[in-house]
Design a protein around this ligand. Sequence first.
Ligand SMILES: *[C@@H]1O[C@H](CO)[C@@H](O)[C@H](O)[C@H]1NC(C)=O
Ligand SMILES: *[C@@H]1O[C@H](CO)[C@@H](O)[C@H](O)[C@H]1NC(C)=O
Ligand SMILES: [Cu+2]
Length: 187
Amino acid sequence: MALVERAMVLSIVMVTMQISYAAVYKVGDSSGWTTLGNIDYKKWSATKNFQIGDTIIFVYSAQFHNVMRVTHPMYKSCNASSPIATFTTGNDSIKITNHGHHFFFCGVPGHCQAGQKVDINVLKVSEAASAPNPSSSALASPATVPASINVPAPSPSNAAKLKFIGLKRVFGVIIMGLAMHFLAVCV
Ligand SMILES: *[C@@H]1O[C@H](CO)[C@@H](O)[C@H](O)[C@H]1NC(C)=O
Ligand SMILES: *[C@@H]1O[C@H](CO)[C@@H](O)[C@H](O)[C@H]1NC(C)=O
Ligand SMILES: [Cu+2]
């Protein structure tokens, strides 16, 4: 029985790790969703590696702002006449469920024009893997490294994923070991 319990604990640990892998991003970080301080939301978004299952949170004063999800043409022209969705709580969590661009802006007149707009672009894993990564490519391609072993370094998220797969394998070995021990005891 202790064995079964141990296996269960291991399973729970693995599931927990998978759940905690989904990231939560607060738009604008500590500044939140605002027109103050000329926050560059484009820059903010460009530094993130959004994945399906991640959550983005808009935190703002509901008295002064809102959040509208809009199409690309509406995003470009700051046209708030027919949003896909409107959020007004001041603490809006939006879970990302598909790939591609997700366009948001504040629908209060003038705010989108002032830069309160953000494009959440969720790359496919293959796109994310092939996307240039300035920090890692700088490390991965010093002049002395022969071209044959100069493979691109994994992006941070892929590195995390690889690590996760590695851990999963370790757990698999442990569970197999326990199972074999269990069989040995029974025989
Ligand atoms: C905004 O979008 C609506 C619907 O797509 C359109 O009818 C309207 O002309 C647009 N307004 C401006 C100022 O572009
Ligand atoms: C926003 O909502 C989250 C839960 O979705 C909560 O944890 C957080 O404290 C809230 N923040 C504010 C500023 O209300
Ligand atoms: Cu606003």
